[in-house]
Design a protein around this ligand. Structure first.
Ligand code: SAM
Ligand code: SF4
Length: 335
C-alpha cells in the first residue's frame, strides 16, 4: 500500500491512472448489485444456488463517493452493470447522482425492465446501452435465461432505438447452445442500427465453462464470411471488440475474443465489485477494499493507485483459462 498520497506524483504528472506497462486507465465498470432476475446458463446457471444479496454492498452515496474519487484520478467513463443493475430500487437516484460527475455514463442490462427506466436513461444522457440477448428464438431464450421475456427484451431494444440510443447487443456464443444463430444476429443488423457483439464464453466460478463450449473469433468470422461480404472497421484505442460490418447493413458486429485472442495490451479498465473492492482486471485474483477504507474515513486515492500498480500484463497473470473457474462470480465482479 502507498504510504503517502503524494507518491502518486508519477500518475498525476500523467494526469491519469497509468499502470506499470504504461496503460492509461480511464474506464470504470461498477457492479451495482449481484441480484438478477435471469439465470443465464453461462453466468449463474440454474444448477447452482442463486447468489444471496451481498452482505456488504455499496449504497448509492458510497458508489458516488468512490466514483468521484476515480473521476478526480482520470476516469472518464463509468458503466453500471451487475447482476441486473435495473433491479436496484435506487437506480434512478444513483444515475442522477453519477450524472453530476464529469464522466460518460453507460449501462449494461438484460433489458427486461428498461421501459420503466427510459426517462431516466434519457435524462442521464447515456453514452450507450448494452443489452444482453443470446437468442432470437423465444424458446431458446427461455432455455438460456430461465425466463420468458424474449418479446419484452426485443421491444425494449426497439424502444431504445426509437429514442436514438447507441445500442449494443451482447451475445455470448456457446457451441452447445446458440452458435447456429450467428447469421440471424447478423441479419438483425441489416435494417437496425444495432451493434451486435459476439462474446466468447468465459470461465467464472460455478458457470459450467469448458473450453469446447467456446465459439472463438476465427470460427465466428469464418461462418459470417461464408455468407456475407464483411468489411473490417476501425476500432477506437482500448476497444475490446474487433469490429466489422456487413456491406450495406445499417448496424455493425464485433467479436470480443477474451478467450482465444485477448486484448490486454490496450486495456483501460478498472472494476469495482458489488462490495466495493477494486479489481484491476476482470481476471485478477487480488482486490483492493475501497469500501471499508471509505467507511473508515480514509483517503482511497493511494489504495486505487497501488491497486493499479499491481496489474498484470495479461488476463490477470493467468495462462490457463480454466484457472479462472476459481474466480469470483461474474455478477459480483460486474461483467
Ligand atoms: N445483467 C446484465 C446483462 O446481462 O447484461 C449485466 C451484467 S452481465 C454479467 C454483463 C455481461 O456479461 C452480459 O453481456 C453477459 O452476457 C456477459 N457475461 C456474463 N457471463 C459471461 C461469461 N461467462 N462469458 C462471457 N460473457 C458473460
Ligand atoms: Fe443476470 Fe446478466 Fe448474468 Fe444473465 S448475464 S444471469 S442477466 S447478470
Amino acid at each position: 500500500m502507498m504510504k503517502n498520497p503524494d507518491e502518486s506524483s508519477f500518475f498525476s504528472e500523467h494526469g491519469c491512472l497509468t499502470d506499470s506497462f504504461g496503460r492509461i486507465h480511464d474506464y470504470l465498470r461498477i457492479s451495482v448489485t449481484q441480484s438478477c432476475n435471469f439465470r443465464c446458463a453461462y453466468c449463474i446457471p440454474n444448477t447452482n444456488p442463486c447468489p444471496p444479496p451481498a452482505g456488504n454492498s455499496m449504497s448509492a452515496a458510497e458508489i458516488y463517493e468512490i466514483s468521484k474519487t476515480f473521476c478526480a484520478l482520470g476516469i472518464k467513463k463509468i458503466r453500471l452493470t451487475g447482476g441486473e443493475p435495473l433491479l436496484r430500487k435506487d437506480f434512478p437516484e444513483l444515475l442522477d447522482k453519477l450524472g453530476a460527475l464529469p464522466v460518460q455514463l453507460a449501462v449494461t442490462t438484460n433489458g427486461v425492465l428498461m421501459d420503466r427506466f427510459i426517462d431516466c436513461f434519457l435524462k442521464a444522457n447515456l453514452l450507450s446501452v448494452n443489452v444482453s440477448l443470446d437468442s432470437l428464438k423465444p424458446e431458446r431464450f427461455f432455455e438460456i435465461t430461465g425466463e420468458n421475456f424474449f418479446n419484452k427484451v426485443l421491444s425494449n431494444i426497439h424502444l431504445l432505438l426509437h429514442h436514438g440510443f447507441h445500442v449494443k447487443v451482447n451475445t455470448v456464443l456457446m457451441s452447445n447452445m446458440n452458435k447456429d444463430e450467428i447469421s440471424d444476429f447478423i441479419d438483425l443488423t441489416l435494417d437496425y442500427p444495432v451493434h451486435v457483439r459476439f462474446i466468447e464464453y468465459m470461465p467464472f466460478a460455478g458457470n459450467n465453462w469448458d473450453y469446447w463450449k467456446v465459439v472463438g473469433l476465427n470460427e465466428i468470422l469464418e461462418s459470417i464470411k461464408r455468407k456475407y461480404k464483411v468489411v473490417k472497421l476501425d476500432e477506437p484505442k482500448n476497444s475490446t471488440a474487433k469490429k466489422f460490418q456487413v456491406k450495406g447493413h445499417k448496424g455493425t458486429f464485433a467479436v470480443i475474443s477474451t478467450v482465444t485472442k485477448p486484448f490486454c495490451s490496450d486495456c483501460n479498465r478498472l472494476r469495482l465489485t458489488v462490495d466495493g473492492k477494486m479489481r484491476n482486471c476482470l481476471f485478477a485474483t487480488m482486490e483492493t477494499d475501497l469500501l471499508n477504507a471509505l467507511r473508515q474515513g480514509k483517503d482511497i486515492r493511494p489504495l486505487i493507485i497501488a491497486g493499479l500498480r499491481d496489474k498484470k500484463k495479461e488476463r490477470g497473470g493467468h495462462t490457463e483459462m480454466s484457472a479462472l473457474l476459481n474466480n469470483r462470480k461474474m455478477v459480483e465482479i460486474g461483467g
